[in-house]
Design a protein around this ligand. Structure first.
Ligand code: DAH
Length: 330
């Protein structure tokens, strides 16, 4: 008994503990043999010896268990020491990560507008019909809802199809003047060369007292912004329609690939469409209870900007995580 205890105490490794465990408690181990021997003892001695054996068994089992835990803890400590990674060390491989082109483009857009004191607002990706459609002058059964193929949940919630609902959330939680952008992911049931089910937009909204915000203000800011992003391009505003703006416009830049000559990228028009905008529709102000205000809004697709800025041909390549593409942005 004392010998066994010492043996356990002196064990140096988990392997050794395991060997002792088998020697003691294995099928052919010490206790198996002792209990076998018990059978041969005279009847009156059996209970006494059995009791001793059981008590010794318990004691040794506990000692073994304790030693095992001790060695296990030591082992973990040793591993933690030897496998420690110093993340502050320079890598000998020289391999560096990079900001993804979509994030990089988003950062550049945010940089422009925050410099003009626009706040950056966020909204939920799982959105309610009211914010995504209803309050944006897209009532149920409005044909314009067909413009967006929506992912719906069973409870009637949906994945937001654009960042415009953040306009509504911002107006409901703030009082004018408002000057904000909202970057983020949006979702549509679409998948081909130029559509992915998830992509990113940046929304913009400016609201102030009636008469203080004009289409001329909108035009000035967007022209300046597009020159910041794309350099010295020509810019044109085309009349368009969005339910949440009136009047509405789509904005084109002269093709940065052919400089307006006409090429495959611009479908030989010399122009590239880059964003939608307009004066906030009075129905939208009604939906949030704003009175005597004026405002403009705009929305753009970040991937489209990234593809133009970096001359990327296939939208899907932005989401495949292929290092051969990403490494070019280091
Ligand atoms: N929400 C529109 C879309 O997803 C983009 C847009 C157009 C946003 C015009 C606006 C706007 O704020 O004024 O296609």
């Amino acid at each position: 008994m004392k010998d066994w205890k010492e043996k356990i105490q002196n064990a140096q490794s988990l392997d050794e503990i395991e060997r002792i465990r088998i020697e003691l408690f294995g099928k052919k181990g010490y206790f198996a043999k002792e209990f076998e021997r018990l059978k041969t003892l005279p009847k009156d001695q059996k209970p006494v010896v059995a009791k001793e054996l059981n008590s010794a068994k318990n004691t040794l089992f506990q000692a073994l268990q304790q030693k095992k835990e001790e060695l296990l803890a030591k082992e973990i400590q040793r591993k933690l020491q030897s496998e420690k990674i110093d993340v502050s060390l320079y890598s000998v491989s020289g391999y560096k990560g990079a900001v993804h082109p979509v994030q990089h483009t988003m950062d550049k857009i945010i940089e422009y507008f925050t410099a003009l004191n626009y706040a950056v607002e966020a909204g939920p990706l799982v959105e309610e019909d009211f914010y995504n459609f209803e309050a944006l002058n897209l009532p149920k059964h409005h044909p314009a809802r067909d413009m967006q193929d929506t992912f719906y949940f069973q409870d009637g919630k949906l994945l937001r199809t654009h960042t415009s609902p953040v306009q509504i959330r911002t107006m409901l939680s703030h009082q004018p003047p408002i000057r904000m952008i909202s970057p983020g992911a949006v979702f549509r049931r679409d998948f081909d060369l130029t559509h992915t089910p998830m992509f990113h937009q940046v929304e913009g909204l400016v609201v102030d007292e009636a008469g203080k915000v004009s289409f001329a203000n909108l035009k000035f800011v967007l022209e300046d912004f597009l020159k910041y992003m794309f350099g010295d391009v020509n810019i044109r505003f085309r009349p368009s329609f969005f339910p949440f703006t009136e009047p509405s416009a789509e904005v084109d830049i002269s093709c940065i690939f052919c400089e307006g000559e006409g090429c495959r990228v611009c479908s030989y028009t010399g122009w590239l469409e880059v964003l939608g905008c307009g004066m906030v529709d009075p129905n939208v102000f009604d939906a949030v209870g704003y009175k005597d205000v004026s405002g403009y809004a705009f929305g753009l697709g970040v991937e489209r900007f990234a593809m133009l800025l970096h001359r990327i041909g296939d939208l899907r390549s932005l989401f495949e995580g292929d290092l051969r593409l990403l490494e070019q942005f280091r």
